[in-house]
Design a protein around this ligand. Structure first.
Ligand code: ZN
Length: 886
């Protein structure tokens, strides 16, 4: 059938936000019947359709998306449709001209879940069935207007062999089950809430459940179940506890209750992302469900809490109120990330949580915002929507919600949420509607904040100040500038809330009074930098103060140009823990950049003893808050340092940063050793803020000691051998992986032998080697790619090797030979026909060639060109690579 084949040579065209048009038809109800079979599943669909006046053209044909569907039967209002009454287009969509204004369409299609390697739509994993429909996967299951502004009520009947797939799950509440012919059984699920197709889900498998219950504050009992493979039950406890805490928190914080009788989570090891918020049936990557102290690190533990709560919070922000179109993605994702950040902040240390979130934003979002894929939080166009599940839409989107929260305050924000949900329950809306609700509830004009949704790029903020002793007047001038991004050469100033305070020369916080105010205020105050430049005049200032700016990271900007002596001062004296931490980070960054410059001039790197002092001071006061101390001790990553340079120098950055680590390790050896020993827990292993903080701090000490040489490496080996918990084992193993010590091979082999049967732990084994700083890492990664345990088709495994190497190991990825680039391109080329979405994600680091020196940039471009020359690229990879070369 050549006329239904996609023309592979056609250049994919962008979809534009401006072109939005309401759907021609709406769907009131959907009845689906699945007869599940790995190689030939049939899907019967019955859609109650109704013409939508809002579309405008009342003669528009009925168009249903479809992709790779084999149509077996089709009937309109009970009458089989002859082939001349419909058409299946080259994109797979079904088009019926002259459909009545109200009609019922029945189709039956056949699909092959076991050949679905993209993991979008209905697929099999380990012999079981799972779905992933966001963003556009439902069209790979049945013909449907697969867009989020078509919300329908679903009734789903699943039929499958009872012995092989005893558990049959879908959205909503179970409403019947029974036996079917030939050893099969059926289960029916009814979801009372209208939903967009991207929230549809089914799971069929030989699974077992960990069960619990939750009583909502209005007294309804909810049955909670986590569905996993037999044997994984003991690893579900933390996910279940996180879920219950999230449910309670959303009631207490936002008055939002769960709205079905059951909440199911199913875990699957083949999954493109972290998890998916399907109504009443969340589907999770096993990585974000399964944890035990032996197998999961503290970071894994925290990841589970974050993702479980995130998906749960989507029930209201995303599911009950959903997006009009995919350009509005941050409406649900930015808001839901904000909510999960707040939840986690309330579970432990708010300051440490904020520091980690900002670290993540700087590591992933800042470079994106400065690269070829830079896009506004609400993009204007896309070729492949899967490419826009980005740090910008998620993390920067959450920062923008936070800006509004900061601006109007927690109480008004809560009112705004109430209003947003009351107005838009069961609707598909835009970001304007969210901001409008916040504006109406608070009475504040938030129109200028919309600029944060429409303008890409990270604003750069600088400060200049002057003190007039005679007038006791202090003037602070703040300026902003946003560099151009693709498609947006000119930038406008944005409203930037700058949380700040002043310190006197002794380090005491000063009350502040702006010119025109009657009284001085104690504590942090908010300045609004809403022009390219603004001057703030403070009266009654007794001595030249030190300004503390951007407390709590009050806006997602780059604050630069703070003199070093001020950074040192703030790192010690500021009242705001974020500024104290950040001043340390910026100070260390400045030192590394100095060393990079010295190295290029062929001069010795030197060492600033202030840094050793800071380590000693931090350790001396660490017992109050070990997690915070660990964050202070952790140097900025090589990637974050490179992001500070016009033209990066990965080799020199690595050299300088390692030099710094070694010098600290040597000069502070006694203190570090003492701290390491004092932090050795003799009591039971505890996964709480303090336990996690103590392990993080202890491993930070170990890291410096290992950088200094022999003794530290011996300690690391001993820690590895003790096998106390995965956090400590992995910290030790990653240090050993950087060395040439014989202990290295021994430890890696022991780890593999012990964990070869555990997918999630084996991922760590791959990732650690991929991130090794050894010069032979590229070759090692190539060898691991051919290892019998490597499986390109499993996204977790692909990311563990390819992603960890390309994104987590800049020094070796940017090997001057270009071998790192060549490896990434080879892997992307092999993966693209299997799983285009994952290939497109992995290719990103190659796109950042403009930040490298000419020789490297040329090598990177060559690999991008090699990829682009392929005849059948996925739309996603095509978009990434073509934009990188544009
Ligand atoms: Zn989400």
């Amino acid at each position: 059938m050549p006329d239904t084949q996609r023309d592979a040579s056609a250049t994919p065209q962008p979809i534009r936000r401006q072109d939005y048009r309401p759907p021609a038809f709406l769907v009131d109800t959907v009845e689906l019947v699945f007869d599940l079979d790995p190689s030939a599943t049939t899907v019967r669909a019955r859609l109650a359709l109704r013409r939508n006046r809002a579309h405008g053209d009342l003669a528009a044909p009925l168009r249903l998306d479809g992709e790779g569907l084999e149509l077996l039967e089709i009937a309109l209002d009970g009458v089989p449709l002859p082939p001349n009454r419909y058409r299946i287009g080259p994109d797979g969509a079904l088009c019926i001209p002259n459909a009545p204004g109200i009609c019922t369409l029945e189709t039956r299609v056949r699909i092959a879940p076991d050949r679905n390697t993209e993991l979008s739509g209905l697929y099999t994993s380990g012999g079981n069935f799972y779905t992933q429909c966001e963003a556009e996967g439902f069209r790979r299951i049945t013909f449907f207007p697969d867009r989020p502004d078509v919300m329908a009520r679903y009734t789903v009947t699943l039929i499958a062999d009872r012995a092989r797939w005893p558990v049959l799950l879908s959205n909503g509440n179970p409403e019947g089950s029974g036996a079917a012919q030939g050893g099969k059984h059926w289960v029916r699920w009814v979801d009372p809430h209208p939903k967009p197709s991207y929230l549809f889900a089914l799971v069929a498998g030989d699974l077992v459940n960990v069960h619990d219950t939750f009583t909502t504050r209005s007294g309804r009992q909810v049955s909670l179940n986590i569905w996993v493979r037999r044997g994984d039950e003991p690893r579900c406890g933390h996910a279940m506890e996180s879920l219950k805490r999230a449910m309670r928190w959303d009631e207490e914080t936002f008055g939002l209750e769960y709205d079905l009788d059951v909440f199911n989570i199913a875990a699957v090891s083949d999954f493109n992302m972290g998890a998916m918020e399907n109504k009443g049936l969340n589907i999770f990557n096993t990585k974000y469900v399964l944890a035990s102290p032996e197998t999961a690190t503290d970071a894994d533990w925290q990841g589970i809490e974050t993702v479980v709560s995130h998906e749960y919070f989507h029930n209201w922000t995303g599911n009950r109120v959903t997006c009009r179109d995919w350009f509005q993605l941050s409406l649900k994702e930015g808001l839901t990330v904000f909510r999960d950040q707040e939840f986690s902040a309330d579970q432990g240390s708010r300051a440490v949580k904020r520091i980690r979130d900002v670290r993540g934003l700087r590591a992933a979002q800042f470079p994106e915002d400065a690269g070829p894929m830079a896009h506004p939080v609400r993009p204007d166009s896309y070729i492949e929507i899967e490419n826009f599940y980005t740090p910008t839409v998620y993390q920067k989107g959450a920062e923008v919600v936070r800006l509004i929260h900061t601006r109007i305050g927690a109480a008004a924000f809560r009112k705004g949420m109430d209003l947003y949900i009351a107005r838009h329950d069961n609707q598909a809306v835009t970001i304007e509607e969210f901001v409008q609700a916040m504006q109406d509830a608070s009475g504040e004009d938030l129109s200028a904040f919309m600029g944060w949704y429409s303008q890409a790029g990270t604003p750069e903020v600088t400060a200049e100040d002057a003190y007039d002793p005679a007038a006791r007047r202090y003037t602070l001038t703040l300026r902003q500038r946003t560099p151009p991004t693709p498609g947006q050469p000119e930038k406008r100033p944005l409203p930037i809330p700058v949380a700040m305070g002043l310190l006197d020369p002794a380090g005491q916080a000063l009350p502040t009074r702006l010119a025109g105010e009657n009284e001085a205020r104690a504590g942090t105050r908010m300045l609004l930098l809403d022009q390219a430049e603004r001057r703030f005049v403070f009266e009654d200032v007794p001595a030249p103060p030190v300004p503390s700016l951007l407390r709590g990271f009050s806006a997602p900007v780059r604050l630069g140009g703070i003199p070093r002596e001020r950074l040192r001062f703030l790192a010690v004296h500021d009242t705001d823990p974020f500024v104290r931490w950040d001043s340390h980070q910026q100070y260390a960054t400045a030192l590394v950049l100095d060393m990079v410059a010295a190295h290029r001039r062929g001069e010795p790197l030197g060492f600033d003893p202030a840094l050793a002092e800071a380590v000693t001071t931090t350790l001396a006061g660490a017992d109050d808050d070990p997690a915070f101390a660990a964050e202070v001790l952790a140097l900025p990553s090589e990637g974050v340092i490179a992001d500070q340079m016009e033209v990066a120098d990965p080799e020199a950055i690595h050299l300088a940063r390692e030099h710094l680590r070694r010098e600290i390790g040597r000069r502070c050896a006694d203190t570090l050793r003492a701290a390491y020993e004092a932090l050795t827990d003799t009591g039971p292993y505890r996964i709480d803020g303090r336990g996690i903080g103590r392990r993080a701090l202890r491993n930070a000490c170990l890291g410096y000691l290992a950088a200094a040489g022999e003794e530290g490496v011996r300690l690391a080996k001993a820690q590895f051998d003790a096998q106390a918990n995965m956090t400590d084992v992995l910290a030790a193993l990653s240090l050993l992986a950087d060395t040439d010590a014989p202990a290295r091979e021994e430890a890696l082999a022991a780890f593999h032998a012990r964990w070869r049967g555990d997918e999630l732990v084996l991922d760590k084994w791959f990732a650690i080697q991929a991130m090794s700083s050894r010069p032979d890492t590229v070759a090692a990664v190539r060898a691991l790619y051919r290892h019998p345990d490597f499986d390109l088709r499993n996204p977790n495994r692909a990311r563990a090797l390819i992603g960890a190497f390309a994104s987590g190991n800049p020094a070796r990825f940017h090997d001057a030979s270009g071998e790192g680039y060549r490896f990434l391109a080879d892997a992307v080329i092999a993966l693209d026909p299997i799983n285009g979405a994952t290939a497109a994600r992995l290719v990103s680091p190659l796109g950042l060639w403009r930040r490298q020196a000419p020789e490297r940039a040329a090598l990177m471009r060559r690999e991008l060109e090699r990829i682009l020359a392929l005849p059948c690229l996925s739309r996603g990879t095509f978009e990434k690579v073509s934009k990188a070369l544009a």
